[in-house]
Write a protein that binds this ligand. Structure first.
Ligand code: ATP
Length: 203
């Protein structure tokens, strides 16, 4: 922990359906570049903006635990899964603000999420509470107003620099449904869990 300084708490949400090497790379990058004291990895409940039905929360939570098991300063946090009704990032941030008084919160997102941020529930309040940290080189496509496509991002944005990783869960689910190998993009323990529970059998 930083002494004499406010705690730096990262928040990294996702469907993690399944968790993959891109998620791990992003988490590692955030821990290092933001000097986080702790990173909360938060599998979503049935997120309001996802049209697809997600894999059962218990499985996504278990896989997320396996995927991030070796990372220090990380906690896999089930609060959104346990919350009744639709889950919103703003509610999670408000809870964490209560939990870590006087801490600085960093919301970690990939480029695609940054592009959609203005559509999030209470986006303005999110920007007041957390510094938004975005992985990816280009910045919100067609950005206007508060978002700035130039290199100097307006506060409260911060860029995370990581080599682009061409991996996404949609493609992995498709490959799994076709019985194709997904290791090492999906880590061995997660792949074993998927096989054991017969997940992603259909695309
Ligand atoms: P799907 O294909 O089902 O939409 P996904 O691979 O995008 O899934 P999510 O669980 O939706 O995974 O992503 C959680 C967070 O991780 C999001 O902020 C997303 O932008 C980010 N992310 C996912 N994959 C990568 C990647 N390869 N590089 C950087 N960020 C990523």
């Amino acid at each position: 922990m930083h002494s004499n300084a406010e705690q730096r708490i990262g928040v990294f949400g996702g469907a993690f359906d399944p968790p993959h090497a891109g998620h791990l790379a992003l988490a590692k990058t955030a821990l290092e570049q933001l000097h986080l004291d702790l990173l909360h990895i938060i599998p979503t409940g049935q997120a309001w903006h996802k049209t697809r039905a997600l894999t059962a929360a218990e499985h996504r939570l278990a896989m997320t635990g396996l995927a991030f098991a070796d990372l220090e300063r990380v906690v896999v946090d089930a609060r959104e899964i346990e919350r009744a009704g639709p889950t919103f990032t703003i509610d999670t941030l408000l809870e964490l603000q209560q939990q870590y008084r006087a801490a600085q919160l960093f919301l970690i997102i990939g480029q695609d999420q940054a592009d959609a941020l203005t559509t999030w529930h209470r986006a303005d309040d999110i920007l007041k509470i957390a510094i938004i940290c975005v992985a990816g080189r280009a910045f919100p496509a067609g950005a206007t107003g508060r978002f700035d496509a130039s290199n100097s991002l307006p506060a409260p944005f911060q860029r995370l620099v990581m080599p682009p990783m061409d991996v996404n869960a949609t493609d992995l689910r498709r490959r799994l449904a076709h019985h194709q190998s997904v290791v090492p993009l999906v880590f061995e323990p997660v792949a074993r869990y998927i096989a054991l529970h017969h997940l992603y059998q259909s695309a």
